[in-house]
Design a protein around this ligand. Structure first.
Ligand SMILES: NC(=O)c1ccc[n+]([C@@H]2O[C@H](COP(=O)([O-])OP(=O)(O)OC[C@H]3O[C@@H](n4cnc5c(N)ncnc54)[C@H](OP(=O)(O)O)[C@@H]3O)[C@@H](O)[C@H]2O)c1
Length: 508
């Protein structure tokens, strides 16, 4: 099959490590725009939008719930405000002195039962606080769908959020997008894992429904473009890529791009719950997300109008180009944000080790004295997890990951954002980095399902002219089952960590 040539602008940007999506936008940076607030800054879209705004000279404040030094390291010129949209006082602080606010808040990870109410309340609070603080504009990225049809609860929720935001006096620009394709996007990851892992791909009848996927770079371009186009204030626009495709077409195109021979088989089973549960096993995406996203497949999600082109007349990428962009960024180990960038739903998980009071009841310490320099040892520590695995007894880590998946946890399959670099808050399989002190300490917080809280510390301290490399497991529990769990796993810890520490030293 012949395809139109890939756009030059895409090829050019893929050849650079540092690049900006909005470089070729028809709109121009507007210095009269005051401070811009980006909510959902820890999320997939927020993390991609911020560098674009900064590169165009805007003053940016970001709103996050879990503040970590990582944000200042990533974007030194941004102002960071810690706020929860469910707390009106927090919101007033976040919106004080703001000209335009991006609303990118979404609580999908809370699961189907809880996210709807939380998202609506957050939108109501935001609208009221924005009015009170005299915000000039709100820009919201929501979901695409035909409101005259029965929509999935996820799409209905995205529409309701738009309606709530619009009820106030602050003009809201609404951008409605279907599936977003880009490295690290949840929908793209589901499609990719299905194609990579299944030689026989089932095609239920809803896989013939049509959708208009859009590349993440085009979403970010529209988000920046509407900010710079005042005529778009108070209006709603559908944004989509160049193709309208069925879900089957999307899977077939990816198989073709990946050069994988796949057989597509029509199946009479069409229960979405069945497929979404299986997708959560097959892919790294937790069931809370696969359920909500796949429920939306029942609806055709196609742009109803293209009036956005009157204001921002650029040619969006087609689906194939969006895939090539995503796959190339993965190959280059240059994925900026991922669906798992957002914090886990149970925010209590983000209690820091040093904040635990009383401290962890259980610790297990393993160490080795090495003659090697601290930077060598630390570089070796920082390679753990993801594609490299855990250096030794990988099958045990893998088994623990599968136990977690069976309990609908995150498992190990999230891997790492990048195999070569780590920053605070990054994910390493079922861990998240709580602290990273170059050549000294890497502290990981467990995000797998556990009857308690757990941390794993890698520590390097000078000793006797060499360096002592330690691994310390910390555990805190309040339940009897939690205590039993610790003692069941203790012998395995001994086995795994004693060998892991030797491997780290050997590979450094
Ligand atoms: N990604 C897609 O494929 C896609 C497709 C179409 C439309 N969209 C729309 O684009 C928007 C952004 O999506 P996304 O993919 O970037 O979402 P995401 O990665 O899940 O991020 C959601 C963000 O919302 C924040 N958040 C949740 N509850 C909050 C609260 N109570 N207070 C403050 N912040 C809160 C999260 O912060 P924490 O870190 O604190 O949890 C996170 O930063 C959404 O409206 C979504 O519907 C996305």
């Amino acid at each position: 099959m012949s395809h139109p040539p890939i756009k030059k602008s895409l090829l050019l940007s893929l050849s650079k490590r540092e690049y900006h999506y909005a470089q070729d936008l028809p709109s121009k940076p507007d210095p009269s725009i005051g401070k811009v607030l980006v909510t959902g800054a820890s999320g997939y879209i927020g993390g991609r939008l911020i560098p674009e705004l900064l590169s165009r000279g805007y003053r940016v404040r970001i709103m996050v719930r879990g503040e970590t030094p990582a944000y200042r390291e990533l974007w030194p010129s941004v102002e960071v405000v810690s706020a929860d949209a469910l707390n009106v006082f927090d919101l007033r602080k976040a919106l004080d002195g703001i000209d335009t606010a991006y609303y990118l808040i979404h609580s999908l990870l809370l699961g189907k039962r809880e996210f709807e109410a939380a998202d609506i309340q957050a939108a109501i609070n935001f609208r009221e606080a924005a009015e009170e603080k005299g915000v000039r504009r709100i820009i919201y990225l929501g979901g695409l769908g035909d409101t005259s049809k029965k929509l999935s609860s996820h799409l209905r929720n995205r529409m309701r959020v738009a309606e709530e935001l619009r009820q106030g006096s602050v003009p809201v620009t609404i951008l409605r997008a279907a599936i977003i394709i880009g490295s690290g996007s949840a929908s793209y990851e589901i499609i990719k894992y299905v194609v990579k892992r299944l030689p026989l791909v089932p095609v239920p009848k809803w896989a013939l429904n049509r959708c208009q996927p859009i590349a993440v770079r085009d979403v970010v371009k529209y988000l920046v473009g509407v900010l710079e186009t005042p005529q778009t204030a108070g209006r709603s626009f559908d944004i989509g890529g160049a193709d309208v495709l069925s879900y089957e077409d999307m899977l077939r195109t990816l198989a073709e791009v990946l050069h994988r021979k796949r057989f597509f088989i029509r199946t009479p089973i069409s229960h979405i719950g069945f497929y979404s549960y299986n997708a959560s096993f097959l892919t790294p995406i937790p069931a809370a997300i696969t359920n909500s996203l796949m429920e939306g497949i029942k609806n055709e999600v196609i742009c109803q109008d293209d009036s956005i082109k009157d204001y921002l007349p650029f040619e969006p990428l087609n689906y194939r180009e969006a895939l090539i962009g995503a796959l190339t960024r993965e190959e280059q180990d240059n994925v900026r944000t991922s669906w798992f960038s957002a914090y886990p739903p149970a925010h209590e998980l983000s209690i820091k080790l040093h904040e635990l009071d009383p401290g962890p009841q259980y610790t297990a310490h393993y160490s080795i004295l090495s003659r090697k320099e601290s930077w060598r040892l630390f570089t070796s520590v920082c390679k753990i997890g993801g594609k490299e695995g855990w250096f030794t007894h990988n099958w045990m880590w893998w088994l623990r990951g599968w136990m977690d998946r069976a309990l609908l946890g995150v498992g190990t399959s999230r891997g790492r954002r990048s195999q070569s670099t780590l920053k605070p808050s990054d994910v390493i399989d079922f861990w998240r980095i709580e602290e990273l002190k170059q050549d000294m300490r890497l502290l990981l917080r467990a995000e797998m399902k556990l009857p308690g809280k757990a941390w794993l510390e890698f520590n390097i301290k000078p000793e006797d002219g060499g360096n002592r490399l330690s691994i310390i497991a910390y555990y805190f529990t309040e339940s009897l089952f939690g205590r039993i769990y610790w003692y069941i796993f203790l012998p395995f810890h001994h086995f795994i960590f004693s060998d892991l520490i030797k491997q780290i030293e050997k590979r450094s």
